[in-house]
Write a protein that binds this ligand. Structure first.
Ligand code: IMP
Ligand code: MG
Length: 176
C-alpha cells in the first residue's frame, strides 16, 4: 500500500468485477445501439477504458474536460476546460464520470449536453459519495456508494497525484 493511503476502500479486483457488471448492464440496455461515450477528463479515463473493454455494443469516444476542485475542496464553480470534438446531436450519449460528490460537475455536464440535442443521454459513475450532495443529479448506472472521505486512485487525484494507483484508497489527512 502507498505510504499516503490509510485504508484501501476498494481493491483492484473489486473494482474490475464491478466494472464488468456495469458493462454487462449497459450492453444489455443499449443492444443494437451505437453508443457515444463522453468521458470526463482526467479522472474518468481509467474507469472509461476498463468499462469500454467489456462493452459488447459498438462505441465511439469523446472527451470533455471541466474543473471544479482546488486541492481537496470543491469550488462550486464548474469551468469548461476542453469541449467535445464532435457534436453529440442525434447520438446516444453515455456520460462517464468516476465520482459524483456535490453533484455540481454532473449537473453542469448533463445540462450542457442536453442543450446539444443528443438522441439520448445517460450517466454512469463508478462512485457515488452522497453525503456532500448539493445539487440533485440523476445517475443511471452507479458502481459503489462510498463514505464522505477524500479518495484517491483509479483516476481520482489529489493535486494530480495518485491517479495511477490500481485501487481506491483514503488519503492520509496529513497529506491534505
Ligand atoms: P462534484 O462536482 O462535487 O460532484 O465533484 C465531481 C468531481 O470532483 C469529480 O470529477 C472529481 O474530480 C472530484 N472529486 C470529488 N470527490 C473526490 C474525492 O474523494 N477524491 C478526488 N476527487 C474527488
Ligand atoms: Mg473528475
Amino acid at each position: 500500500m502507498h505510504k499516503d493511503i490509510t485504508d484501501v476502500l476498494l481493491t483492484a479486483p473489486q473494482i474490475q468485477e464491478k466494472v464488468r457488471e456495469l458493462a454487462e448492464k449497459i450492453s444489455g440496455d443499449y443492444a443494437h445501439t451505437e453508443l457515444t461515450i463522453v468521458a470526463v477528463l482526467k479522472g474518468s479515463i481509467f474507469f472509461c477504458t476498463d468499462l469500454a473493454r467489456h462493452l459488447s455494443v459498438p462505441c465511439s469516444f469523446e472527451f470533455i474536460s471541466v474543473s471544479s476542485y482546488t486541492g481537496a475542496a470543491p469550488s462550486g464553480v464548474v469551468r469548461l476546460l476542453m469541449d467535445l470534438k464532435e457534436s453529440p446531436e442525434g447520438k446516444h450519449v453515455l456520460l462517464v464520470e468516476e465520482i459524483v460528490d456535490t453533484g455540481a460537475t454532473l449537473h453542469y455536464l448533463q445540462k450542457n449536453l442536453l442543450t446539444r440535442k443528443p438522441a439520448s443521454l445517460r450517466t454512469c459513475v463508478l462512485l457515488d459519495k452522497p453525503a456532500p450532495r448539493k445539487v440533485p443529479v440523476s445517475v443511471d448506472y452507479t458502481g459503489f456508494t462510498v463514505p464522505d472521505k477524500f479518495l484517491v486512485g483509479y483516476g481520482l487525484d489529489y493535486n494530480e497525484a495518485y491517479r495511477n494507483l490500481p485501487y481506491i484508497g483514503v488519503l492520509r489527512q496529513s497529506e491534505i
